[in-house]
Design a protein around this ligand. Structure first.
Ligand SMILES: Nc1ncnc2c1ncn2[C@@H]1O[C@H](COP(=O)(O)OP(=O)(O)OP(=O)(O)O)[C@@H](O)[C@H]1O
Ligand code: SF4
Ligand SMILES: [Mg+2]
Length: 335
């Protein structure tokens, strides 16, 4: 059981005449195995949500298109092996939710505000499975229960009657109810307080253990990535800058962007001194960072030089950690 993304490029254009286009995902390779949690980490605007949406071909068609690549999904329990990019519209609707489910970044806009939460889950079940309304309702109640929400009494609640954390858990119930092989969780804990955030992370961890599904966990928070994922892809301006085993990558980062990101998180930084001025990466991510002909991190990199003014390939290293490491930087020769 696996997701294998090969050479995926997604173009995003500022207007419908295909002008001002950038590659919001650029020649991307990514794998997720059965039972594995893989994090995609990067700062706001780097293209993480676009990547998640593109895996299900939910990227907004008005402004973006997938121009190359393969998204191969193998799911043993459903005896299915497909390339998402080759499915026709009917096959695609069947695959969404059943093969790969997504917890969207914003539960406030992803749930229908004028429909009871129990009915929203029941509707998803009936759309994909041949079951009676009663069976679908019972399943919805039991999934709400498994998310620590009293299914019976909350079945008839509208989203506005729930707290943010409860809405997030309803989204997880909805994503899991079709028993998919893979889950894409887009910043599922960002808007939550620490306690609720830990509960949601624990739920995702429990689901992975119980169902052995593969999870793509999108986050801007390296500490969350460290607590939940086996491997991490560090993403900047539509490209993978570095990837490898999460623990190794955080303890021994190679790419200047990963090094800077870790330095910006006081609790992860090895040289953190209490009350010292906090480190921030200079500048911010701009549209120009997505352009070709230079390293995409060039304008903010503490190590940049003339040799960085060209497209930089991803290089693979095998030593130094439990698993291999891929790094996109001309100055990294080993790690
Ligand atoms: N609907 C849209 N129209 C135009 N540009 C968009 C749209 N949605 C996203 N973008 C642009 O695409 C790029 C990637 O956005 P995306 O939402 O994937 O970022 P992200 O990494 O998920 O950020 P965040 O951490 O803030 O959620 C950004 O530069 C953003 O400006
Ligand atoms: S290629 Fe150059 S600009 Fe890019 S991360 Fe490496 S040193 Fe920095
Ligand atoms: Mg996002």
């Amino acid at each position: 059981m696996s997701i294998e993304i090969n050479n995926l490029t997604v173009e995003l254009c500022a207007d419908k005449h295909n002008a001002n286009c950038i590659n919001v995902a650029d020649s991307l390779f990514l794998t997720v195995d059965e039972g594995e949690v893989v994090s995609i980490v990067g700062e706001s605007g780097s293209g993480k949500s676009f990547l998640g949406l593109s895996i299900l071909r939910l990227n907004p068609l008005r402004i973006s298109k997938i121009t190359s690549g393969e998204i191969k999904i193998k799911c043993k329990s459903q005896k299915t092996e497909i390339d998402i990019l080759k499915l026709n519209p009917d096959e695609l609707i069947g695959a969404r939710g059943r093969l790969v489910s997504m917890i969207f970044q914003d539960p406030n806009t992803s749930l229908n505000p004028v429909m009871k939460i129990g009915e929203q889950i029941t509707e998803a079940i009936i759309a994909h499975k041949k079951v009676s309304k009663k069976e679908a309702k019972d399943t919805a109640v039991s999934y709400l229960n498994s998310m620590n929400i009293d299914g019976k009494s909350r079945f008839g609640s509208y989203p506005y009657e729930l707290s943010g954390g409860m809405r997030q858990r309803v989204m997880i119930a909805m994503a899991m109810v079709l028993e998919p092989c893979f889950l894409i969780a887009d910043e599922p804990t960002t808007a939550l307080d620490v306690t609720t955030s830990l509960q949601v992370l624990k739920l995702i961890e429990d689901i992975r253990e119980k169902s052995n599904i593969g999870v793509i966990f999108i986050t801007h928070d390296l500490t969350v990535a460290r607590s939940i994922s086996d491997r991490t892809y560090v993403f900047y301006a539509g490209q993978v800058m570095e990837s490898g085993n999460t623990g190794d990558l955080i303890n021994n980062p190679a790419h200047p962007y990963t090094i800077s990101l870790i330095k910006s998180v006081p609790s992860l930084s090895a040289d953190y001194v209490p009350k010292q001025k906090l480190f921030t990466i200079p500048g911010f991510l701009t549209k120009d960072d997505f352009s070709k002909g230079k390293c995409r991190f060039y304008s903010r990199c503490f190590k940049r030089g003339e040799e960085c003014l060209k497209d930089i390939p991803l290089s693979s290293f095998t030593g130094g950690g439990k698993s291999g490491r891929d790094v996109r930087c001309v100055k990294v020769k080993n790690f």
